[in-house]
Structures are given as structure tokens and as C-alpha cells.
Write a protein of this length. Structure first.
Length: 372
């Protein structure tokens, strides 16, 4: 080596991708944006990293059990923080660009993807590498949701403060399931995930894929095929169900703020549920048991996934996920009795599988307050 020339850095260790057979079952794990926060008065980045590390163990269990895993995530609080921060910065420094919601969603995908990859990396088996992918979700420009904002984002406020901010910034605001008032924005239905083939290729290469973040960057497709960002936030549960269906996933897992969903939430008749079938879920949804901004979108997404051939939906809290994977907690929504289902890659206990066929006659329904 010539004098004064530093030696080249040592090569980084190469992690050989896990060889995953394309027939291995796919599980889509959808994490709520609020599930990464403790719910305190001041959100911190540190608590989001801690929440991501907590998810490492159950995700590693799925990988060791032979599942190909896609992790999706919400961004309700985070996208609101990003938008608010950008608006305030632009007031102080007008030369800084304002950020539209599609840019804010992209920003949240990058930051939350980074947090999740960091949190999962140490827990996964050797050779299983988590990869975060920016994804676009195509929506219909004529979706009526654009005229009817319903998706809560950002901070919870007292009503008076929310109305003051709404008057100042032109927001639409609404009560968020009794937990405070928040800004609400359009939430059009997802039609397609643009990067679907890339997600499938990464899965087949043995990677754990973080994708579909925040419901995907909302875009419309022009006559020439070009994508154009729009002012909206797509519901992450709806996109998770769409992605799970398109990938032929066996199971959709949704984490939320409660360990199990319940009927008659917040009343003396409150009862937690272990299991229900699709017909029961549809009946209770129609009866108003599952409020919007709470468990309603999750149950609708579960029904969409089961109707497309999915085998099972599990809903539970992040802290209880490991126990739920072993059948000791959580709420399972399964196809109505008589539907043909595969048990490939089933990580439930034998007791839980035996109970699947009894779900329609169990008399259980379903609901709970949760987060977007």
C-alpha cells in the first residue's frame, strides 16, 4: 500500500437471503399508526423505535414458522405531524415549500419504514433481511370520499382548539370516537398497489417486506398511464386487505389498541370476543357495532380479504401479538362454516383450528374502539 493511502474498509458481512419456496404461506401484518405511540401527551421518536422492537419477536416467530411476511403500517398521527410541521415551518420561512398530503404520506413511509426495519433487524433469523419499499396506491379521482373527509390524522385536540385551528387553516375536523377532535381528510378506496410485483419478488427472495405504509402514497392514473399525487390518505386496513388478497395471503393480522374486539363496547353489556365468522361480522357491522374511525374499517377489510379467498383474520394489540399467534388471546374472524379453507402455514393451535368450523354457531359478534 503506497504511503499516505488508507487501506480499504473491511467488507461488510453479507447476509445470504433465506431461500423461500414460492408456495410458502404469506402473512400480511398491518400495524396501526397509533400502535407505534404510547398515547402520551407528547409523541416521541424513541417510543416508536421501542414499539418496533416489540414487534420483532412475533414477526420472527412467523418467519421461523415458514411464513413470507409483509408488514404494512398506518400513519394517522405521523402524517398529521408531518403536515402540521411543514405548515408551521412555511409560516416562519416562506421560501420553504408547502407539502401536499401525498408528499406527507411518502415522508411517513420513509421514516416509519426506517423505524420498522431497525426494530425488526435484530430479532429476525440470520439471513432474513427486512426491506422497506415506497409504494403507491391508485385511487379513483371521482371517488365520493374526496367530497366527504372522514380519515382522522394528527393530534387529538379539545373541541374548541380543533375548531380554532380549522377556522385558521381551513381544516375539516370531527370527533374521533370520543377520544378528542382531530383533523379529517379524504380517504378514497384503494384500487391497486403499483409495486405489487416488486413486493412479491422481495418475498420470494426471502425478505420481510415493509410496504403499503400509510395506505400507500395516494395517486390517480392519467389516460397516458402517468401517476399523479392527490390530497388524501388511504385507509391502511383497506390497502392491507387489498395487498393481502393480491398476494394470495393465507392470513391478515391487524394490530390495534385493544387485545380483543368486543360487542357493546363501553356499556355494561361489553363482552370481548375470541372468534366470529364472516356472516356474524357482517351482521354486527350492519347493526352499527363497529364505529367508523374505530373498528369499522378493520372489520370491513377483514370481510373483503375473506371474500377474496383469505383463510383467517387475527385482530389484537401489538403487546399481545405473540400470545395471539399461539391462540391464547386476540379475536379471529374466519370464513362462514362450509367455506373451503387451506391450513398451509397455520400457526394456530390444534384447538383453535378445531374451533374454526364451529364459528358460525358460536353466537359471538364483534366490536371495539381502536385507532386509525
Amino acid at each position: 500500500m503506497p504511503p499516505g493511502i488508507a487501506p480499504p474498509p473491511a467488507a461488510s458481512p453479507v447476509r445470504t437471503p433465506v431461500v423461500t419456496h414460492p408456495a410458502a404461506p404469506v402473512t400480511v401484518l398491518a400495524i396501526g399508526g397509533n400502535a407505534l405511540l404510547s398515547g402520551g401527551p407528547r409523541a416521541t421518536i424513541a417510543e416508536q423505535f421501542a414499539a418496533a422492537r416489540q414487534l420483532g419477536r412475533p414477526v420472527a416467530e412467523l418467519v421461523r414458522a415458514g411464513h413470507r411476511v409483509v408488514v404494512t403500517h398506518g400513519n394517522g398521527p405521523q402524517v398529521g405531524f408531518i403536515k402540521r410541521r411543514a405548515d408551521l415551518a412555511a409560516e416562519l420561512a416562506p421560501e420553504l415549500p408547502l407539502l401536499d398530503l401525498d408528499m406527507c404520506v411518502a415522508d411517513s413511509q420513509g421514516s416509519i419504514g426506517y423505524i420498522l426495519v431497525r426494530g425488526l433487524s435484530d430479532a429476525l433469523p440470520a439471513g432474513s433481511l427486512p426491506v422497506a419499499l415506497l409504494t403507491h396506491t391508485v385511487v379513483d379521482p371521482d371517488d365520493p370520499a374526496f367530497a366527504r373527509p372522514t380519515k382522522p390524522i394528527g393530534t387529538h385536540y379539545e373541541r374548541a382548539e380543533a375548531e380554532r385551528l380549522a377556522a385558521r387553516y381551513g381544516w375539516a375536523v370531527a370527533d374521533d370516537a370520543g377520544r378528542g377532535w382531530r383533523r379529517v381528510v379524504p380517504s378514497p378506496a384503494p384500487q391497486a398497489v403499483v409495486e405489487l410485483d416488486a413486493v412479491a419478488a422481495l418475498l420470494d427472495a426471502g425478505h420481510v417486506v415493509v410496504a403499503g405504509g400509510g395506505g400507500g402514497i395516494p395517486v390517480t392514473r392519467g389516460p397516458d398511464g402517468a401517476l399523479c399525487g392527490v390530497e388524501a390518505v388511504v385507509d391502511k386496513d383497506a390497502t392491507s386487505a387489498l395487498l393481502a388478497s393480491a398476494l394470495g395471503a393465507d392470513e391478515l393480522i391487524v394490530t390495534t389498541g385493544v387485545e380483543r374486539i368486543a360487542l357493546d363496547w363501553g356499556t355494561p353489556r361489553h363482552r370481548d370476543l375470541d372468534r366470529m365468522d364472516a356472516a356474524q361480522a357482517r351482521e354486527h357491522l350492519a347493526a352499527g357495532q363497529f364505529p367508523e374511525g374505530s373498528m369499522g374499517p378493520k372489520v370491513r377489510s377483514a370481510l373483503d380479504f375473506l371474500a377474496s379467498g383469505g383463510h383467517r383474520v387475527l385482530i389484537t394489540s401489538p403487546g399481545a401479538l405473540s400470545e395471539a399467534l399461539h391462540g391464547t388471546t386476540g379475536t379471529r374472524i374466519v370464513p362462514t362454516a362450509g367455506a373451503t379453507r387451506s391450513v398451509n402455514g397455520d400457526h394456530d393451535s390444534d384447538r383453535d383450528r378445531d374451533r374454526d368450523s364451529k364459528a358460525a354457531s358460536s353466537g359471538n359478534g364483534n366490536t371495539t374502539a381502536s385507532e386509525p
